[in-house]
Design a protein around this ligand. Structure first.
Ligand code: MG
Length: 273
């Protein structure tokens, strides 16, 4: 990392980390294995009195459950140090669709989390928003009802709209993206993403840190998700080569999509914190 990048990191008031490919790798058992130095990096930031958050696009379980699983696997993270598209969706719905009934595709745990947050849910004709997160089961008649709601003008929100994520044995397809695409196809609606990268996710970071996102550093392995998120909020962006973008030729990336700094692994941050 150049002098500028290191300087911007010492001045960052908050840190946003991607999880998979950045702080951990996962084995075939799906347990997280912390990248060497990851624990120390998080400790160093906390020790300096600054805050950090892990923003993952996983939306199958609540954020605190992700935090506890990572802690069990050797990456100590507090419950309030994890954000997901579910959290940014809740903040977004409260702000822009207050009181609107939401037709939700989600796991039971996420349905509970969103209901507890006071978001009114429906599976009927009164839906003003259709929100898709990770879903394990789909009833085609329910899918049709949601699509009709969108055809009548309900907004279509989705946690993530990338085809999938890198698993041990190749791509793990995004069920949420598949459900979203089905509704988008027959309604003609353009899905609005609320996870990484999106204006809703930038809004979530602003609300979480109570800081302008220009004061944050965003660190991740995915140019299209993490670096894009950071650039949308004018944050300082750091690409790590330990995951998805390991072999990426940055000379072929347009200037508007470039990270501010590139490092091999998160351990390289230790000298700049
Ligand atoms: Mg990643």
């Amino acid at each position: 990392m150049g002098i500028d990048g290191a300087l911007r990191l010492t001045q960052a008031r908050g840190f946003v980390f991607d999880v998979d490919g950045t702080l951990v790798h996962r084995g075939p058992d799906f347990r997280a294995r912390p990248v060497p130095g990851a624990v120390e990096v998080l400790e160093r930031i906390r020790g300096s009195g600054r805050r950090l958050v892990l923003f993952t696009n996983g939306s199958h379980v609540p954020a605190e459950k992700i935090a506890r699983a990572l802690s069990e696997d050797g990456l100590p993270v507090a419950d309030d140090e994890v954000l997901t598209p579910v959290e940014s969706a809740i903040t977004y719905l409260r702000r822009y669709h207050s009181g609107s009934r939401v037709f939700l595709f989600a796991t039971d745990a996420i349905r509970e989390r969103i209901a507890e947050a006071g978001i009114p849910l429906t599976s009927g004709d009164d839906a003003k928003v259709v929100l898709v997160t990770h879903a394990d089961e789909i009833d085609i008649t329910v899918l049709e009802r949601a699509a009709h709601a969108v055809r009548r003008g309900a907004r279509l929100l989705t946690g993530s709209y990338v085809p999938g994520f890198a698993g041990v044995d190749g791509i793990v397809l995004s069920r949420g993206a598949m459900v979203t695409a089905a509704i988008a196809k027959v309604s003609g609606a353009r899905p609005q993403v609320v996870g990484k990268p999106s204006a809703a996710a930038v809004g979530e970071l602003r609300a979480h840190f109570k800081l302008p996102t220009q004061k944050l550093a965003v660190i991740g392995d995915d140019l299209g998700l993490d670096i894009r998120l950071g650039r949308m909020g004018a944050s300082h962006t750091v690409l790590v080569r330990s995951g998805t973008s390991g072999q990426l030729d940055l000379d072929r990336v347009p200037p508007r999509a470039q990270p501010d700094a590139v490092i091999d692994t998160v351990a390289d941050l230790l000298g700049s914190l």
